[in-house]
Each structure stands twice: as structure tokens, then as C-alpha cells.
Ligand binder design. Structure first.
Ligand code: SER
Ligand code: ZN
Length: 621
């Protein structure tokens, strides 16, 4: 946490760096208390940058040993160095090599950002701004470069040396107890995806062949003694890789994929290119001690980090305001993976419970912020439920609005158009617009306007006219910095459930754009009239929880029980059960005898035996 006086960083101030880093060569001479880092950057002046414009690189608690340009040591007046910054006043040429030597202390680095040593294992964490604790650099996501890393360490204590990309070379260093390994990552990446691990680790391996026939070595490294607890994470990894090929057409792109599980790790896990690092609670499991939830958690996190390879790594964020571009999208992808692997309705219910219990309160409180914020003081405070979980809901809504095919077309275009880019939410949305020839500008408000919309729905049936009228209203309370709220574009999946439990067909609709079972609520108030409704329906609204809103419906208890028994949407069967159960419990607690109690219990029993529902749902519901 930075202090109140920390500088406010604003999206509107975004500017490209004056120099481009074409490639990076790093040498790490690992020592517990004094690791030397030799960084050689090939830099070139960006078009439009004045000749000799200063080069300003980020640092954090760094000790500078030396600076040279094109092999000539710089005179003291040619640069300025502090633990937080290195400024070269007038770089000499359009393209030059900057060689910087720094010293860091991995042992005392208890922040667990940058390079640290814990339980005898050297490990890094660079997202969001940890790389600047290793060497001076443009430590920002829009500076992409090709990294080659040489790691040198004591061989007995660090037999395993891992870096990003593909292994190139490994040998003993003659006349010493040390050895080295060289790793090369051909995919340009920002510094936050850099990683290094060195230690005495056990490994389990498996061979994988991608859909197009490329072999990949999969390895999971763990602290010794844990190697028999990696079966499930390896299995999850293989299934994730297959799923991404099938569902998003995305293949893995290096010769090896390494996972390292360590006990000292701040974040749950981290998607460093080709070298994912995990807190070991998201890798290790055995059937004697792990619960079903532990297994699910491992599967989700392994998949999430793997999926970042395309959504986050191949296409990254232009600046940290765009964090939801990689996180919201990747959470959506891991949710879909789990839904396909397990019970889709139960997964949806679990995700909605999580959203309502973590994100809705955030959006109602003093920390409410848009999914794509526009200013921050400390980026580490923005790894929030809003960015991750509401971010995932926004991607889900895009899919709901476009349908599965339209969504896939947009994603394909995104991968094609932006592979290798540092992108923005605007770029992302434009791909869906272009691939589907539609305008998402109203929808995009979800990224900028914070708060949870409150939606009210009231239905009435006119038997003589055979019409069903739905009065809809939306309202979003003011949130910090946003007093006036505009109406959101809210996709409401719905059905008008007829007396025999089937959805009733309508002949025409007025008052809203309605396409099949999807209604677009776009204004503060809308009166939607469905024509040709032969009998009185029970409206089932917000099926699959199609938008992150609070829905207040005026359904009677009888109608709710009806939906519990008949709705074709399992989510709303569960929702009706929850709503009623809560009401009944409150009444019972107040000593009242709730109306409809027996019918409710009967409906519950019916649900437990309903063969149309999967076992997981019946057990859960
Ligand atoms: N980028 C990491 C993740 O979400 C850490 O938050 O996977
Ligand atoms: Zn993530």
C-alpha cells in the first residue's frame, strides 16, 4: 500500500515510451544476499522522439553497480541513478545497447515482489510492478520485448534453473561449484511476465501433443516430498490445453510448459510466460486430505493461468487500467471451462453467489469503481472482485448478446488482430463490433460506470387481448465520483412459462428489442407488450443470471413455487428456491406459519428427483 500522498496515475495521461526495447539479455548471478543482475537492453529511439531525449527507467530499492552504453562505461554526469530511477540524460544514437549492473538481496526481500529467496528457493513475482525491483526497466505492460535469460547458481543447492520460454543451454561453470542455464523466450512480452526459479525441486512430467501435432513437455515442479500430489493439477493442465484448442482454437506456443508450486507466494498464482508460479495450495492435492472444493479450486486456477497464455500474454494490456482485459476475460474462460467439465448450472450458481457476496458489496461501498477504472494510486489495490468477477460478467453478457457464434467470431478476430499487442478494452469491443457488424457503444458503459443496477419487473396478463405486459425499470444508485447514472444496456434472458411448464411463444413484441428469449432493457423505464399469449404465463426473468443486476420481481409465492417445479432454466429454479426459502425462514423465525410451506417442501422434493436436472444440481439445489 502506498501512502495517501502517492502520485495519482490517470488513464488520460497515457503516453508511449520515447524508446523501444528491442531485446533484453539478462544474466543472474544468484547469491542469497547479493545477486548480481546484468541487464543488456537493445534500445531504439521511437519515431517522433527527439534525438537525445532522456531515457528514464523505473527502479525500486535497487543498488546500481555500473552503467555502460555500447560497452563504454558512462561518466557520472551522463546519468542519474537512485533506488527508484535511472536516467540517462542524452542517449547517443538511434539504436544503442545499455548495459546495467545492479545488486539485489533476495534473502531480505520479504515483500515477495521482484526476486526473493524463500525455503531455499529463488523465485520471482513481477506483476504488477515487481520487475523494477530486479533491474532498471520500462516496467509497464506496453513495452514488449524478447527476453534471453542466463541463470547462474550454486549447483548443489539449486540443481533446477528455470526461466521463461524454451531451454537453450545448460552446463557446469568450470572450476566452480556453480552451473548455468540459458532460456530464450521468442514471444515478445512485458516485464511483468518475466520469471525465474532456482532451487532443489522435485518434478513430475508428461508429454502433450497440440492439435496441430507440436510436442510439448509439461512439468510441474514442487518442493521435495510433494511430488506424489501433482496428479490432479497435471490432469487439469492437460484438460485445459485441450479445451482451449477446442473451444477457442488456441494452441500452446512453446516447447515446454513449466509450473512451479511454492509455499511462499503472495498471489494465488501467476501466468509468467511458459513458467507459471503457484502458491502450492493450488497445485497439491491427494485424496486423503483434499476436499472436493480443493480439487475444484486447483482445476480452476491451473486453467486460469494456462488460459492467460493467450488472453494476457500473447495479447496483453496497454496499461494497468486495462487489467480487466486480461483478468475479466480469463476468469470468463476458466468459468466456461469448469462449466464444460462439470455441472454448468451448479458452476453458474457458484459464480453468482461469489459475485453477489464479493462484488456487489464492493460496488455499494466506498471502494466502488468501474471495471475499467481511469485513475489509481496503487495498482495492487485494483486486483478486485470488480475487475475480475464483474469483468467476467461483462464478457459473458457480450456472449449472451451476440450468441455463441457471434462471440466466437469476435474472439477469433481479437486473436488475429491483436496477437502481439498491448491492447485496450476499446480494441476488444471493436472486434466484436466488426465481426458482427453491430454497435456496442451503449453496452460499453458497463466498463466505465460503476454500481450495481437495480431492476424492477412487474408483469400483467390481459386475457381478452391475449397480451402479456412487462413493466421494467432500472436504476443505479450514485457511487463515489459518479453522481448521475445513465441507463445500462441490460440483456435479460427470459421465458414466459405457460401452465404446462413450457415457454409460451409470442407473435410480436412492442416496447423493447426482443430476440427469441433475450430482451434488451436499454432505458430507465420500458413497457414491453407481448402479443398472442394464449394463457396466463409466469415470467421467468434473468435466466442464467444474464446480467449482474439486482432484480426485484413481484412474483407471488405460488408463482415462485411454480418456477421451482417447471422452469426450463435451472438457475432460476434455484433462484426461486432461494427467494422462497429466505422468506419462509424469516417467517418461521418470527413464529409465523408461512403460507405455501408444504407446497414449497413438495417442490423441493420434486426437484431432488427431477431427472431433467443433473445430479450435482439436485444435490446442490
Ligand atoms: N495475474 C495473476 C492472475 O490473476 C495474479 O492476479 O492470474
Ligand atoms: Zn488472472
Amino acid at each position: 500500500m502506498r501512502s495517501e500522498t502517492a502520485q495519482l496515475i490517470k488513464l488520460e495521461d497515457y503516453k508511449e515510451t520515447p524508446y523501444v526495447i528491442e531485446n533484453v539479455s539478462l544474466v543472474f548471478k544468484l547469491q542469497p544476499e547479493a545477486t548480481e543482475v546484468i541487464s543488456t537492453l537493445t534500445l531504439s529511439r521511437r519515431e517522433g522522439t527527439e534525438v537525445g531525449a532522456p531515457l528514464e527507467l523505473d527502479g525500486d530499492e535497487l543498488t546500481l553497480v555500473s552503467v555502460a552504453i555500447d560497452r563504454a562505461v558512462l561518466a557520472e554526469e551522463a546519468y542519474e541513478a537512485s533506488p527508484k530511477k535511472l536516467v540517462v540524460h542524452t542517449p547517443p544514437a538511434d539504436t544503442f545497447k545499455l548495459e546495467v549492473v545492479t545488486k539485489v538481496n533476495p534473502t531480505t526481500n520479504t515483500k515477495l515482489e521482484g526476486l526473493y529467496l524463500s525455503q531455499g528457493i529463488y523465485c520471482t513475482q513481477c506483476e504488477a510492478e515487481g520487475f523494477r525491483r530486479i533491474t532498471y526497466y520500462y516496467d509497464r505492460p506496453d513495452v514488449l520485448s524478447v527476453f534471453t535469460t542466463r541463470i547462474e547458481a550454486d549447483k548443489a543447492t539449486n540443481p533446477i534453473l528455470l526461466g521463461n520460454g524454451n531451454p537453450k543451454d545448460a552446463e557446469d561453470i568450470e572450476g566452480t561449484d556453480r552451473h548455468f542455464a540459458v532460456w530464450h523466450d521468442p514471444h515478445p512480452k512485458p516485464a511483468y511476465l518475466f520469471a525465474l526459479v532456482a532451487g532443489d525441486l522435485a518434478c513430475t512430467s508428461e508429454k502433450y501433443t497440440t492439435a496441430s501435432g507440436k510436442p510439448v513437455d509439461l512439468n510441474i515442479y514442487v518442493e521435495k516430498g510433494n511430488e506424489d500430489r501433482t496428479d490432479w493439477s497435471m490432469d487439469s493442465l492437460v484438460r485445459s490445453m485441450r479445451w482451449d484448442e477446442k473451444v477457442f482454437g488456441r494452441e500452446y506456443d512453446l516447447d515446454v510448459f513449466n509450473i512451479v508450486a511454492v509455499s511462499a507466494f503472495n498471489m494465488g498464482a501467476m501466468e509468467n510466460k511458459g513458467l507459471n508460479i503457484f502458491n502450492d495450495k493450488f497445485i497439491l492435492a491427494d485424496s486423503d486430505t483434499a476436499t472436493d472444493m480443493d480439487y475444484e479450486g486447483i482445476e480452476t486456477v491451473v486453467a486460469h493461468e494456462y488460459f492467460h497464455n493467450w488472453t494476457g500474454n500473447r495479447i496483453t494490456c496497454r496499461e494497468w487500467f486495462q487489467l480487466c482485459l486480461k483478468e475479466g476475460l480469463t476468469v470468463f474462460r476458466d468459468q466456461e471451462f469448469s462449466s464444460d467439465e462439470r455441472s454448468r448450472p451448479v458452476k453458474r450458481i457458484a459464480d453468482v453467489i461469489r459475485l453477489k457476496s464479493r462484488q456487489f458489496p464492493e460496488d455499494q461501498g466506498p471502494l466502488s469503481h468501474p471495471v475499467r477504472p481511469t485513475e489509481y494510486k496503487e495498482i495492487n489495490n485494483f486486483y478486485t472482485a470488480t475487475v475480475y468477477d464483474k469483468g467476467a460478467e461483462l464478457v459473458r453478457m457480450i456472449k449472451t448478446i451476440l450468441g455463441a457464434d457471434g462471440f466466437r467470431k469476435g474472439m477469433d478476430l481479437y486473436f488475429e488482430r491483436h496477437d502481439g499487442d498491448a491492447s485496450t478494452i476499446e480494441d476488444f469491443l471493436k472486434c466484436f463490433e466488426d465481426a458482427n457488424q453491430l454497435d456496442l457503444s451503449h453496452f460499453s458503459l458497463w466498463y466505465h460506470q460503476s454500481g450495481t443496477p437495480f431492476v424492477k419487473a412487474n408483469g400483467s396478463y390481459d386475457e381478452a387481448a391475449k397480451t402479456f405486459t412487462l413493466e421494467l425499470e432500472q436504476n443505479t444508485a450514485a457511487t463515489p465520483g459518479q453522481d448521475e447514472k445513465k441507463p445500462f444496456f441490460i440483456p435479460i434472458r427470459f421465458g414466459l412459462v405457460g401452465p404446462n411448464g413450457d415457454d409460451l411463444a409470442y407473435t410480436s413484441v412492442e416496447g423493447a428489442h426482443v430476440d427469441g428469449d433475450l430482451l434488451h432493457l436499454t432505458e430507465d423505464k420500458q413497457t414491453v407488450v407481448f402479443q398472442g399469449i394464449g394463457s396466463k404465463p409466469v415470467p421467468s426473468l434473468l435466466r442464467e443470471f444474464s446480467a449482474p443486476v439486482k432484480l426485484e420481481s413481484t412474483l407471488s409465492r405460488e408463482d415462485q413455487i411454480f418456477l421451482m417445479r417447471h422452469d426450463i432454466d435451472p438457475f432460476n429454479r434455484w433462484q426461486a428456491t432461494q427467494t422462497l426459502m429466505t422468506e419462509l425462514l424469516i417467517e418461521l423465525t418470527n413464529g409465523e406459519e408461512p403460507a405455501g410451506k408444504d407446497a414449497f417442501i413438495e417442490a423441493l422434493g420434486h426437484m431432488a428427483e427431477d431427472e431433467n436436472l443433473d445430479y450435482a444440481f439436485r444435490g446442490f439445489g
